[in-house]
Design a protein around this ligand. Structure first.
Ligand code: NAD
Length: 287
């Protein structure tokens, strides 16, 4: 059963959706998505989820070797483009390549990010060069991605932009200062852009994942707990949320991205969707 889209639902669709009906099993049929940091971890899981829902996906990543491998693994509707998000010309090039190849860009996911150095722990000794490096990837890269996607989405009067923040951008003290500061900026960037882009029918939202056992998290935790095995760390991460009976998986974040990117989220913009199994609720409540 497929309900035909009404004129009203088509008019109010703000892009990134799978048509006027949410009952279809493929929520991104015919859509084109570009995912930075898509070679690994959460970006790869999201690419896989988007592909499963009928999208064509361009993976933009600094790591060409892993990116090419990932694109091959994900199948013929996925392709890789090398892109360093700290270089504006690279982002512009990845967006232009996508639009030239597929004729449009429906979903831009600014997901690439790094944690940066663990030490020194004190802000009084912060290495400003390292701080700048983290900000260039986690902040400049996001703003640059929004800018270049918006160039195509504004005239198209359609599109959906996603950005990855973190629970570290909801509550302090979970990660090194540079990372925490960079991730607190993401919801602000999203609010600022949303206030303008909604006028053009373009939605922009943010996802703040809890701790997921990706290469980023595991290398961070291995530095903090060098004697604990990777297997044990993975197990610990899975149970880090407070929600009983649920384990944290990459797919949980990918499904949140699917919701926001698809027509299911057509009335949602400027939002920060926290996917953390109650981790920050617990910390904020202070039990
Ligand atoms: P990951 O290390 O598995 O993937 C990150 C990807 O970004 C890698 O493929 C890497 O090559 C790429 N990348 C790094 N620098 C880049 C650059 N300059 N240009 C282009 N690509 C670059 O990590 P992940 O855990 O999947 O992280 C993805 C995003 O999710 C990051 O923004 C991270 O901060 C955020 N996040 C992760 C977690 C978690 O627990 N894994 C929690 C909250 C937020």
């Amino acid at each position: 059963f497929k309900r035909p889209a009404t004129a009203a639902s088509a008019a109010y669709s703000t892009g990134g959706g799978g048509g006027g009906c949410t009952c279809t099993s493929k929520k991104l049929e015919g859509k084109v998505a570009l995912i930075t940091g898509g070679a690994s971890g959460l970006g790869k899981a999201t690419a896989s989820e988007f592909l499963r829902h009928g999208a064509r996906v361009v993976i933009a990543d600094l790591d060409a070797e892993t990116g090419i491998k990932t694109a091959k693994e994900l199948g013929s509707e996925a392709e890789f483009v090398r892109c360093d998000v700290t270089v504006e010309a690279d982002i512009a090039g990845a967006v232009e390549m996508t639009v030239e190849r597929y004729g449009k860009l429906d979903v831009m996911y600014n997901n690439a990010g790094i944690v940066g150095p663990m030490t020194p722990a004190s802000i009084s000794e912060l290495d400003m060069t390292e701080f700048e490096r983290v900000m260039r990837i986690n902040v400049f890269g996001v703003v640059s991605g929004i800018k270049h996607a918006a160039k195509f989405m504004i005239p198209a009067r359609s599109g959906c932009i996603l950005c990855t923040s973190s629970v570290a951008g909801v509550t302090g003290g979970l990660a090194p200062h540079s990372y925490t500061i960079s991730k607190f900026t993401t919801p602000g960037i999203v609010k600022s852009a949303a206030s303008e882009l909604c006028e053009h029918g373009v939605r922009i939202n943010c996802i703040s994942p809890g701790t997921v056992a990706t290469p980023l998290t595991l290398s961070y935790l291995q530095k903090v707990f060098p004697k604990v095995s990777e297997e044990k760390l993975r197990e610990t991460v899975k149970g880090m949320g407070e929600l009983k009976g649920a384990e944290c998986e990459e797919a949980d974040v990918a499904k949140a991205a699917l919701y926001l990117a698809s027509n299911d989220g057509k009335y949602v913009t400027g939002h920060n969707l926290v996917v953390d199994g109650g981790m920050t609720a617990f910390k904020i409540a202070g039990f």
